[in-house]
Design a protein around this ligand. Structure first.
Ligand code: ATR
Length: 265
């Protein structure tokens, strides 16, 4: 039986095993997918198990997507662009680090029928998933990508890597924005609030929260009150998993209402 893992810290909240095991069963694949809490010191050992083929594939989540980069033999273009790995596999004697968050974000947004082309986008946050969002937005031909982060230095590091983004300081709001993305961890706890002037931003914008659990963060609730369209990160999560699954098992699993509902339970 082939063994797959999602590694992170914390990991308890991860819904990846639920989704992957559902698809594994649906497609009659002889495999198991488990979550594993690790510390940074465990990374080398886990990767060695991919090399010895004890583990067939790994998903990587917070806070190791970047830290794991030096441990794999080869980075795919997507992993190299973002210095972020969320999917690992083994091919021709080499461990490969890949990033399916870029495609996950793009396919998720497309599933809502939203067109990023020529739009002005405002990203809140500079954490692990943000390089993938920036690359996806650029690929989808966003006009301007603005970014605000509480810690300015982290925003500046992103600017060094993606010189086309525009850093916003002092919690100002860029003019003429079409879409606002919450890529901070604020909202994971249901009482979290984001310090944002919703009234000033106006109405009929697209508010998108990377967080999908809880499904309605205060960010999305406030956005609705002020007459905006909202979506959470559930479809991004499903599509990044779908991409990883297709690479590992060479099968395109179904994304239907059942799969979408599965993650609500
Ligand atoms: P990491 O930073 O380790 O990659 P993450 O969960 O991917 O972790 O990212 C957390 C993001 O949420 C960061 O942008 C963080 O801002 P800082 O860089 O200033 O830490 C943001 N964040 C978390 N708590 C926040 C808070 N109370 N107010 C504003 N931003 C917050």
């Amino acid at each position: 039986m082939k063994k797959y893992l999602v590694i992170g810290n914390p990991i308890e909240h991860s819904l990846s095993p639920k989704l992957h095991n559902y698809w594994i069963k649906q497609n009659n694949i002889n495999a198991s997918y488990e979550k594993k809490l690790i510390s940074e010191d465990d990374i080398a050992n886990i990767i060695s198990k991919v090399k010895s083929e004890e583990i067939t594939g790994i998903n990587v989540t917070v806070p190791f997507k970047n830290k794991i980069v030096p441990f794999v033999d080869i980075l795919t273009k997507e992993a190299d662009q973002t210095k972020s790995i969320n999917t690992i596999y083994y091919e021709k004697g080499k461990t490969i680090g890949h990033n399916t968050d870029i495609a996950g974000f793009e396919l998720g947004i497309r599933s809502y029928g939203y067109n990023i082309e020529k739009k002005n986008i405002f990203i809140l946050g500079a954490g692990g998933v943000v390089p993938s969002i920036i690359v996806a937005l650029k690929k989808m031909k966003a006009s301007n990508i603005f970014l605000y982060n509480r810690t300015l230095d982290k925003a500046k590091v992103l600017k060094d890597n993606f010189n086309y983004i525009k850093i916003i300081e002092n919690n100002e709001i860029p003019e003429h924005i079409d879409m606002i993305i919450n890529a901070t961890s604020l909202g994971i706890n249901k009482d979290d609030k984001i310090d944002l002037d919703y009234e000033k931003i106006g109405s009929n914008k697209f508010y998108y929260d990377i967080i999908y659990n809880p499904p309605q963060t205060n960010f999305l609730k406030q956005a609705k009150i002020f007459g905006n369209n909202t979506e959470n990160g559930k479809m991004m999560f499903i599509y990044q998993a779908h991409q990883a699954f297709s690479i590992w098992h060479k099968v395109f699993p179904k994304i239907d209402e059942k799969v979408i509902e599965l993650l609500d339970k």
